[in-house]
Design a protein around this ligand. Structure first.
Ligand code: ADP
Ligand code: MG
Length: 260
């Protein structure tokens, strides 16, 4: 059974999408069969992995709301071992449509259940909100990765997110674990960056990944080429950091490969 990991933080611009794409691609490089699900209407993972969101007609939402079979919308990517469920921009009404559904928080979990045995890891890129789609992702997930940017106000909003996770653990998904807090966009030259690392480690101790993601221009450039950084600048600082994160997660979880 694949491990389902949601990448969540209701704050925008903290590195969720960069992490979803590059962690998923790095797990694939380690030959773990991996699926990345774009659960954000901004569809940045979709375009970052080379698909034009304007040409996508079916996303995870149609599976959740209209009962479309998820098998039919899984796409291969240019990276071996990595598949994607894309997103598209036409989803403004999706959350509203879901309000009247029964078990509306558990739709994504039901959809993913049918493909869990096909993958070692399923990574869900969430939108910058704690709305119904994100609640669905956290209900479907075995664990959550929380990216935190090494910047001013790094911890802002984290209390609210951890509280939401607690509520979901109580009411919807008692097995939801915290895979880890991931420090992103670290700049070794900045005192502030170092202060944030210290502060987050002091507060959250073992919850924080050993791996820190550095600020790296290749990570911000790679989406415009439609390929993950591990394929585009494999020896670079950004790629190495995400490969280290993938190893850290694989080791911790002791996953037996579906193809192995
Ligand atoms: P989110 O999905 O949380 O909104 P993104 O992953 O889209 O955040 O990142 C926000 C912006 O920062 C993007 O332009 C992205 O390319 C850039 N970025 C993210 N991580 C890094 C990094 N480690 N180094 C440099 N730029 C980064
Ligand atoms: Mg994003």
């Amino acid at each position: 059974m694949g491990k389902v990991i949601a990448i969540a933080n209701q704050k925008g611009g903290v590195g969720k999408t960069t992490t979803a794409m590059n962690l998923a691609a790095s797990l694939a490089v380690l030959e773990y069969k991996t699926l990345v699900i774009d659960a954000d209407p901004q569809a940045n993972t979709t375009s970052g992995l080379g698909q034009d969101p304007k040409e996508i007609e079916t996303s995870i939402y149609e599976c959740m709301v209209d009962g479309i079979d998820i098998h039919s919308i899984i796409m291969p990517t240019s990276t071996d071992y990595l598949d994607m469920v894309p997103s598209h921009i036409d989803l403004v009404g999706a959350e509203v449509e879901m309000i009247n559904l029964e078990n509306r928080e558990e739709k994504m979990k039901e959809v993913i259940a049918s493909i869990k045995n096909l993958y070692d890891f399923i990574i869900i890129d969430c939108s910058p909100s704690l709305g119904l789609i994100t609640i669905n992702a956290l209900t479907a997930a075995d664990s959550v990765i929380i990216p935190v940017q090494c910047e001013y106000f790094a911890l802002e909003g984290l209390g609210k997110l951890l509280n939401t996770i607690k509520i979901i653990q109580t009411r919807l998904n008692p097995d939801l674990g915290i895979e880890g807090i991931l420090l992103t966009m670290y700049d070794v030259r900045l005192r502030l960056s170092n202060q944030v690392v210290e502060e987050v480690r002091m507060h959250f101790k073992d919850m924080v990944f050993q791996t820190i993601i550095p600020r790296n221009v290749r990570l911000s450039e790679s989406p415009s080429f439609g390929i993950p950084v591990v394929a585009f600048d494999a020896e670079g600082k950004g790629a190495i950091a995400y490969l280290n994160l993938a190893s850290e997660i694989a080791e911790k979880n002791n996953v037996v490969k579906v193809n192995g």
